[in-house]
Design a protein around this ligand. Structure first.
Ligand SMILES: [Zn+2]
Length: 399
């Protein structure tokens, strides 16, 4: 048990002051003192340290105050950066955000192979590439978050099972930390998508929200009472494997009739090929949907109806105020929402359905990777400052 020694109290006070400045900037020392209940001398000495650390800057005198104008303090969001990685089944998407979660660079490339060794090498190479492009800053890169399509033990950063990659028990955090010398956080990609929408997207006001990540597979991130729900084994939200057709199509999980066999991007592509009698890539099908091509619209109607069944079940079970449809399928746009809404009207209970609005992700292709980066940001802002996980000098841009 940690007792209230001086060092711990100072660490906690510094954390409180850092997060007050981060959330309420511009703010004066006097306002911090009032908000935190800490005396002015303590506030002043800690603020000086945060300025020295590069996390806080003096912005100048307040504009509108009457009388003696206090010096305002600001959060320096470019004091450091975090990297977010989305591991898809067929691609890897890597981006860098500043400490406020604003994207400063982003790139995506196809995944050449899906064996563990190749994927770790590929991700490590992309991270190193982002590190070399990041502007020089006081703290450099503070950490890396990875969103993966599978069941994850968040505490250890282990991928327990990823059916679409055919992976079991992959210690991704350990493998990546050996390669990149940065703290690494790993979570399910639907969880990171949900976090991104909560922090930066359409869900900032919602206490109870679900994020349907509809890509090659389907996963759901569940936020209840503003908290991401991980479940007892870390695997909550696997609604992609709810059965929507008893005895239906065989799924990679071994079961039959799972939602993701009928409503994923793969399902859209194969439905279109079946209706049209000729195949097309996912991007082509999306373009045809947007152009209103009849056969493509029929395919998205089929996918949307199944997605609506899945969403209805989740609305009935969890009573969220928001359902976000994210990941690649959101690119189908409003045309996808029509059959989804129709199915919810027919299938969901009236009361929970009346509370739930259904929206497309506002972050689109960046949702999962941005949410992954936020795992590193969240850890960083829990303190202590300077950051305990800082292992070596991370000066950002290599000279
Ligand atoms: Zn399944």
């Amino acid at each position: 048990m940690r007792t209230g020694d001086q060092a711990l109290i100072k660490e906690l006070n510094k954390n409180i002051i850092m997060n007050l400045i981060r959330n309420q900037s511009p703010i004066s020392r006097a306002q911090i003192s009032v908000e935190s209940g800490l005396n002015k001398a303590t506030v002043s000495s800690i603020v000086d340290e945060l300025i020295h650390d590069g996390l806080v800057t003096e912005l100048g005198p307040a504009r509108s105050a009457i009388g003696r104008r206090p010096l305002m303090l600001g959060f320096n969001a470019t004091a450091g950066y975090a990297i977010g990685v989305e591991l898809g089944i067929e691609y890897v998407h890597v981006l860098t955000v500043d400490l406020a979660g604003r994207i400063v660079s982003s790139h995506e490339s196809p995944l050449p192979a899906t064996d563990v060794g190749s994927v770790i090498s590929e991700i490590a190479a992309h991270i190193e590439d982002e590190v070399s492009k990041t502007p020089a800053s006081a703290l450099g890169i503070i950490g890396v978050g990875v969103g993966v399509p599978g069941l994850v033990d968040f505490a250890s950063g282990t991928i327990l099972y990823a059916p679409n990659l055919n992976w079991s028990d992959v210690p991704m955090r350990t493998l990546l930390e050996e390669r990149v010398d940065l703290p690494v956080f790993v979570d399910n990609e639907a969880n990171t998508g949900a976090l991104a929408e909560q922090l930066f997207g359409v869900g900032t006001e919602d206490e109870n929200a679900v994020y349907f990540s509809v890509g090659t597979g389907i996963g759901v991130g569940v936020i209840l009472n503003r908290t991401l729900i991980r479940g007892s084994g870390g695997t909550a939200g696997e609604f992609g494997h709810m059965i929507v057709e008893a005895g239906g199509l065989r799924c990679s999980c071994g079961s039959r009739g799972c939602l993701e066999m009928y409503a994923s991007t793969r399902a859209l592509v194969s439905k279109y090929a079946q209706i049209a009698g000729a195949g097309a890539s996912f991007d082509d099908v999306i373009r045809r949907i947007r152009d209103g091509e009849t056969l493509a619209v029929q395919a998205v109607d089929s996918v949307g109806r199944y997605l609506g069944i899945g969403i209805s079940n989740v609305i009935n079970g969890l009573n969220p105020s928001l359902v976000v449809i994210g990941n690649r399928m959101s690119e189908a746009g409003k045309r996808l929402l029509r059959p989804v809404h129709e199915m919810i009207r027919n299938a969901a209970l009236g009361v929970p359905a009346s509370h739930a609005r259904v929206e497309l992700s506002s972050l689109g292709r960046n949702a999962t990777a941005t949410g992954a980066a936020s795992l590193a940001l969240n850890d960083f802002f829990q303190g202590p400052f300077p950051y305990a996980h800082a292992t070596t000098s991370r000066a950002g841009a290599k000279s």
